[in-house]
Design a protein around this ligand. Structure first.
Ligand code: NI
Length: 155
């Protein structure tokens, strides 16, 4: 296992679309193990592979209720709306309120390739949406709620 460097805003890779995972092999397991270590080291709630420079549809999440690995994730249902502050390990020192669904259902494969369904509300729903956006090259700064501006957390 190894810590990987987290790329930050301004790096053009963050705007690129990630490709689906097709091989559930040792290389994927190594990427996931490294992403898990990098997520906990950075004290984040979620991390997408593109944030460590790998354009594959891989996400790791832990909002405090357990660690999840989501491969080729897709939102299959979304209900309601929430407007809450959000930040990103790739946009250090900044936050802002976004509009996200209140509850989402996501289907994703695990590291063995098996499909599973996950439900998240509140922070977990925001995190699922935020990380899946990364796979499509979208940052939370593009999802700010109407009238909202990016704030600096060092101010
Ligand atoms: Ni992020």
């Amino acid at each position: 296992m190894a810590l990987r460097n987290i790329v930050t805003e301004g790096d053009p890779i963050l705007a690129k679309k990630s490709r689906p995972v097709e091989k559930f092999d040792g290389r994927l397991a190594e990427l996931l193990d490294d992403m898990k270590q990098t997520l906990y080291h950075a004290e984040g709630a979620g991390l997408a592979a593109v944030q460590v420079g790998v354009l594959r549809r891989v996400v790791v999440v832990d909002v405090g209720d357990g660690y999840l690995e989501l491969i080729n994730p897709e939102i299959i249902d979304a209900q309601g709306e929430q407007r809450e502050n959000e930040g990103c390990l790739s946009v250090p020192g900044k936050y802002g309120a976004t509009l996200r669904p209140a509850v989402v259902k996501v289907k994703a494969q695990n590291r063995e390739g098996k499909w599973c369904v996950y439900q998240g509300e509140g922070l977990k729903a925001r995190c699922f949406c935020h990380e899946i956006d990364h796979l499509d090259g979208i940052l939370f700064t593009q999802r700010l709620a109407p009238g909202e501006t990016l704030q600096s957390s060092n101010a």
